[in-house]
Design a protein around this ligand. Structure first.
Ligand SMILES: C[S@@+](CC[C@H](N)C(=O)[O-])C[C@H]1O[C@@H](n2cnc3c(N)ncnc32)[C@H](O)[C@@H]1O
Length: 277
């Protein structure tokens, strides 16, 4: 699938989400847009691409962009970032925030919620060390349908077993006719809201920890740089950033620097705010 309608769609997706579609992704575009074309009563994906080019409703444009995003996620994905959170990130923050007794964590691009709920489990499992603290987990994504699933906190058998130990499943989930519901204790710790990483992070406040995992891989280098610079501006001076295992800042941005020996964990670089100001 090539031609002006396809090229227009690729530009649209890039402008709205940052996701880069190349001619080699034509098969992916076709398979993801086919169900949208069907529900719109259009015979083919080519017809849908033409409608999107000539002028479609905002809702249809939004839906077409949304289906191009990959929402793959699971509980305690890659294990290491959550071990780092519990063992290396939270202990010094707890020591440093004894007066305020507040921690703010942001899961940027949280998809269906497994990441922020995993963070919430880690915080709850810190027990008395965080008793009485104000703990806020902000979980954002550009996709409103996936945020609805995330805030419902309902997972099927496959999803609930993926990454979760039997102990954690029993402790934090209740079986319901439609699946496994996350405990209200975890649910009330997480605030879900739509947010597009292309729109910067001003207005969200300052965070002690930011998870931005498995989304930068889809962007071009300039978009990655802008987002990393913005994430740095949203981090406390002693804050931490956790990226995905396939993501790096090397050759992209010097706003954050890797923590030696802890793959995927980054801290603000000295003087980075002055440079990016
Ligand atoms: C592969 S999931 C990653 C989920 C989770 N962070 C993890 O590692 O399991 C990528 C998510 O990024 C979201 N996304 C893509 N582009 C975005 C953007 N520009 N702003 C915010 N979210 C975006 C998608 O909607 C999708 O839910």
């Amino acid at each position: 699938m090539t031609g002006p309608d396809y090229d227009h769609f690729c530009r649209l997706v890039r402008q709205r989400s940052g996701l880069v579609l190349t001619p080699e992704k034509a098969y992916l575009v076709s398979s993801r847009l086919a169900p949208v074309a069907r529900t719109e009563g259009l015979g083919t994906v080519a017809q849908l691409l033409a409608v999107l080019r000539i002028g479609a409703s905002e809702a249809l444009v939004q839906q077409a962009v949304d289906v191009m995003a990959t929402h793959e996620s699971y509980f305690f994905r890659d294990a290491a970032p959550f071990e780092q959170l519990a063992d290396s990130v939270l202990p010094p923050l707890i020591a440093a925030r004894q007066t305020q007794r507040t921690l703010r964590i942001w899961c940027a691009a949280c998809s269906s919620g497994q990441e922020p709920y995993s963070v919430a489990m880690i915080l709850m499992e810190m027990g008395h060390r965080l008793a009485g603290w104000k703990l806020e987990i902000l979980a954002t994504d550009m996709s409103e349908p996936i945020l609805r699933k995330a805030s419902a906190g309902l997972y099927n058998d496959f999803e609930v077993k993926r990454g979760l130990s039997a102990e954690r499943q029993a402790r934090w989930f209740t079986q319901e006719p439609d699946g496994w519901r996350v405990s209200p204790k975890l649910q009330q710790m997480v605030r879900f809201r739509p947010h597009n990483l292309l729109q910067g992070s001003s207005g969200l406040g300052v965070f002690d920890v930011i998870f931005c995992r498995n989304v930068l891989i889809y962007f071009d280098i300039e978009t990655k740089r802008q987002i990393l610079d913005q994430l740095r501006r949203a981090m406390a001076v002693d804050g931490s950033l956790l990226l995905g295992s396939a993501e790096t800042v090397l050759g992209v941005s010097d706003a954050v620097q890797p923590v030696p020996g802890l793959r995927g964990l980054y801290r603000p670089a000295d003087g980075s705010l002055a440079r990016s100001a």
